[in-house]
Design a binder for this molecule. Sequence first.
Ligand code: HEC
Length: 141
Amino acid sequence: MNFSNRRRAGIALGGIALAFAMAAAFLSARAQEPRPHSRAEFMRMKLDYSKKILEGLTLEDYTAIIKGAQALKKLSEAAEWEVPTIPNAGEYVVFTSDFQRLCDDLAKKAKDRNIDGSTLTYLRLTMNCVNCHKYVRAVAK
Ligand code: HEC
């Protein structure tokens, strides 16, 4: 391979690498698309999933309940959640771990097609939402 051929090969390889880098950037941007961008947006998604679960409970649609519970848990585990924007993050984590455990419980009760158990767990989950918000408001004062 003479010098100019090697250069050409180098340019071609560089081009391929660049194309890959651009494709990777494009794909990762797309992969992040449905993710919430702020805690407020994130919480709005929580509310939407909670409503879906309530709908599932009223229609005895166990698949919807399970899907909602799993989505809520995933949201709760998302990285955005870990951004410590409120003081006393330690106590805050207690609500989060309780929240995730309740999501698991809810999915399990729905898998067992236990409507009363699912409804009760949903109420406990709702209380967890409200209690964390109460806590957040108290420390914000
Ligand atoms: C571990 C604590 C915690 C739990 C549990 C929690 N939240 Fe929140 N929530 C927050 C915080 C902190 C904010 C303030 C968000 C902000 O200022 O962006 C908030 C704000 C919100 C908001 C207002 C968002 C806006 O538009 O400003 C909604 C709606 C909401 N939460 C719904 C829920 C629902 C529904 C649940 C339960 C399924 C829930 N949250 C559980 C901590 C929590």
